[in-house]
Write a protein that binds this ligand. Structure first.
Ligand SMILES: *Cc1c(COP(=O)(O)O)cnc(C)c1O
Length: 810
């Protein structure tokens, strides 16, 4: 623990102001939304996608009294009792502090880096070590410049060993991480092509990664990734692989069904290891972990035993719908305080239910002592839990917490008493140490799926939001289009994340969609594109704001408002500048204006129009004329109305291509969902993946036929796989007979025969596949859309509601 006055000594400040110098700092925060113990937190106003200085007020309101800032002209007088430290570079100050803190500890610190596998190797090492050591691991994938700093800050004298993951995306970043982490032992997992963009060549990339180990005593790595001449002479090099200089020589690997047998030679003695995986990446990661364990002095027999117990790591939280109108957050694979906190944060953000239950197990590899339980209690006390269901010993530790606590000694015990618990209308976070096998609990809680799921990556949507937002000047608002269930991606789950990220407006197509969002706890203003007379009641009850596009709808709504005696109800006026769909034409505006001036029932919140071809270069002249017409109309209207309205015109393509037309707000749609129609320079991530499974595999002879009307004919002896997706799920019939391509075990396979209602068949001749294998339905959605002559929007929104949505969050 440091006092603010100590911290002034550690980081280099330009100046400081310490009216509360004796405050003790235990937490470092950079996000004003994630503040739980205000007065013991130090806020870093980072200049990231959004400038942290803008959130000082919010952080102060949440109790923070200590700030590290860089803006010299900041108006600190507003905060008379707050400490301010002015530095040149806020991130650098955070790193300096983290690095100082790290130097207080002398137990081994293992630094892990690589293109792929670093988080898995970290998790597996944790699993293998925690059986007899107190292990700290950096939470989830906190591996960036910021993440590593925060990870190091959590080091304490409770541990025997620490695992810190370091990741870089650009040249020059590793030196800083190395300076902070100063790993005693370095581990390089792999070197691949992932994230290659920021690097000029593979060699540069490798050199950069190796920089993490510049002060290490020992480095452990698979030899195939590191050419001999790059290896530093001053560091002990321990590698495994096929070359003569390897400490551990790979003799053979043999895959048997679901496991792999590996023979490894150490000092001429052969060791036999059974790995519970068959894919190449997992085999490599297991061998890297074994090498580290060996270096740490473990016997081969212990290593072999612990390897067998490893399980695949699911690093992401999953949000699913559960029984009795519950939402279930499944995060059963990693359980330490860091990961628990991330999961609780996510739980806290769920607005769909007031009730919140945490099902939590004891943690392995951490001292289950008073100090640990103290931390746990403190952590739990700041979240708004309704109920804690605890699995493990030490039942009295939760005395004094102000929510219901129920304890069970084991998962078995919990399952035996399942009927005594009720779960309904609540959000349930399931978070258990791996040894507890909480999978069975998650199964009991979640509604059944029929084998086809749409996986939605909430991080990717969040990432895309930030990417488009980065194009906008700070004073341009953002409206997120969540119509058609967020282009097929779901309703309140996506909206919740958007609300958390403070978008300004949401837009739905119909009143019912808006009602669902309100019932899911969404409080942002919501515009409804196609309100209908019959739904005015619901619209008003749920504070939804209609688009008014014609005199008919205006008069109807006006009459309704009068009858209800409502005044100044917010509405949005749609102008038709060329779409010729809905909206007022320019020559109708004088009459519209007259009507608006007459009535006090409504207040115009925004005036908007829609570009018809903002993405199409050949129509740029038309777009330009639309922009001109829009501008002329809104300026006139706003002036005549006599008050400010929000003006907005651009959709996704407009955001990318027409900065001159941002006005006060933009409407982001398809881009949010990962479809970059313009191949812009933005780094846009795919957000959803439709997955199904193989139900049956059949071997057929040349000439036999597959499916209805005998349309699929085998041209030679072969094999087909039946998968659980058909046109009722949204897999269009036009994908039949080889037009559609899916992905199984990394290989593309064509459909064969007609698509059926609930199933279809794939030609998997000459491939090694198994029943139960996962199948990716649209490996490339733009390409799939082209194959049947539609646009990606259509494929997305047609994915049937019976396809279960599972949300992932990292
Ligand atoms: C759907 C829609 C958008 C969003 O369009 P994208 O091309 O998906 O970004 C914007 N404005 C209106 C009026 C819409 O209906």
């Amino acid at each position: 623990m440091y006092q603010v006055s100590d911290i002034v000594q550690i980081v280099t400040t330009q100046r400081f102001m310490l009216p509360s110098a004796s405050l003790t700092i235990s937490e470092l925060v950079y996000d004003s939304r994630k503040v739980y113990h205000g007065d013991s937190a130090l806020f870093f106003a980072l200049k990231a996608a959004r400038d942290g200085h803008r959130f000082i007020r919010a952080a102060y309101d949440r109790g923070i009294r200590s700030f590290v800032v860089s803006d010299l002209d900041l108006d600190y007088k507003q905060y008379p009792d707050a400490n301010f430290l002015w530095v040149d570079d806020v991130l650098e100050a955070l790193q300096t502090l983290a690095s100082y803190h790290r130097k207080q500890f002398h137990y081994p610190i293992i630094g892990i880096t690589g293109s792929n596998g670093k988080t898995i190797v970290k998790e597996w090492l944790y699993q293998m070590l925690c059986q007899d050591k107190k292990v700290y691991q950096s939470p989830k994938s906190y591996n960036s410049q910021l993440g590593v700093s925060l990870s190091l800050w959590e080091l304490s004298d409770q541990y025997d060993i620490a695992l810190i993951e370091a990741g870089i995306s650009q040249e020059g970043e590793m030196a800083k991480l190395a300076e902070m982490v100063k790993p005693d032992i370095g581990v390089l997992t792999s070197l691949g092509v992932a994230h290659a963009d920021g690097f000029s060549s593979k060699l540069v990339k490798l050199n950069e990664k190796l920089m993490l180990f510049q002060d290490s005593k020992t480095v452990i790595f698979p030899s195939k990734y590191v050419p001999e001449d790059l290896r530093s002479q001053s560091i002990q090099q321990l590698s495994w692989g096929n070359s003569a200089s390897d400490k551990w020589q790979l003799v053979s690997t043999e895959i048997n069904g679901s496991w792999t047998e590996v023979l490894l030679m150490e000092d001429s003695v052969e060791q036999r290891l059974i790995l519970p995986f068959i894919d190449q990446a997992s085999i490599e990661n297991c061998l890297t972990c074994s090498s580290v364990m060996r270096f740490l002095g473990y016997d081969w027999s212990v290593i072999a035993e612990r390897l067998k117990q490893l399980e695949a790591v699911e690093m992401r939280l999953q949000l699913k719908s559960g029984i009795n109108n519950t939402s279930v957050i499944d995060d059963s694979y990693s359980n330490d305080l860091g990961a628990l906190r991330i999961a609780l944060d996510f739980l806290e953000r769920q607005q769909q239910h007031v009730k919140k239950t945490l099902i939590l197990s004891e943690v392995m590899g951490l001292p289950n002592d008073e100090k640990y339980f103290d931390k746990l209690r403190t952590l739990l006390s700041v979240f708004n839990l309704t109920r804690l269901i605890w699995v493990g010993n030490a039942t009295t530790i939760f005395d004094g917490l102000d929510f219901e606590t129920i304890s069970f000694s084991s998962v078995d015990d919990l399952e035996r008493h399942w009927a005594t618990l009720s779960f309904a209308d609540e959000t349930i976070l399931v978070k258990g140490g791996r040894a507890f096998h909480f999978e069975s609990i998650v199964k009991r809680l979640t509604a059944k799926s029929h084998g086809t799921v749409l996986e939605i990556n909430l991080n990717a949507i969040e990432h895309n939001l930030h990417a488009y937002r980065s194009l906008l000047p700070a004073d341009v608002k953002l409206m997120a289009m969540v119509k058609a269930f967020s282009y097929g991606s779901g309703s309140f789950e996506v909206a919740n994340m958007l609300q958390y990220n403070a978008v300004d407006y949401l837009t739905v197509a119909f009143v019912d969609e808006g009602v669902e969002l309100r019932q899911g706890g969404i409080s942002l203003p919501i515009m409804v594109l196609s309100p209908d007379e019959s739904t005015f009641d619901r619209l008003v009850t749920h504070r939804l704001e209609p688009e008014i596009y014609s005199f008919r709808i205006f008069e109807a709504f006006n009459a309704y408002l009068k009858q209800q005696e409502l005044q100044k109800y917010p509405i949005h006026i749609k102008l038709d500048t060329g779409m010729h769909r809905l909206g007022f034409l320019e020559d109708e505006l004088p009459e519209l204006l007259a009507r608006l001036k007459e009535e006090t029932t409504v207040k115009v919140v925004s005036l908007f129009s829609h570009l018809v071809a903002s993405g199409k270069q050949s129509e740029d002249a038309f777009t330009q004329s639309q922009i001109g017409q829009y501008q002329r109309c809104v300026e006139h209207l706003e002036h005549e109305l006599g008050y400010k309205v929000i003006k907005h015109l651009c959709n996704t393509s407009g955001i990318v291509r027409w900065p001159s037309a941002y006005f006060d707000m933009v409407r982001l749609g398809i881009g949010l969902y990962g479809i970059d129609l313009h191949h812009s320079n933005l780094d846009i991530w795919a957000t959803s993946m439709l997955k199904t499974t193989i139900t049956q595999i059949k071997t057929l002879k040349e000439g036999e036929t597959v499916g209805y009307d005998r349309r699929g004919v085998l041209k030679k002896d072969g094999q087909i796989a039946t998968v659980k997706i058909g046109y009722a799920d949204g897999y269009d019939r036009r994908f039949g007979n080889g037009v559609g391509t899916m992905l199984i075990r990394g290989q593309y396979v064509p459909t064969i025969g007609n698509i059926c209602m609930d199933m279809c068949m794939l030609d998997v001749s000459d491939m090694k596949v198994a029943e139960g294998d996962e199948v990716i339905v649209f490996p490339d959605i733009q390409q799939s859309a082209r194959a049947i002559g539609v646009i990606p929007y259509e494929l997305l929104v047609n994915i049937s509601s019976r396809v279960k949505r599972v949300y992932y969050y990292q």
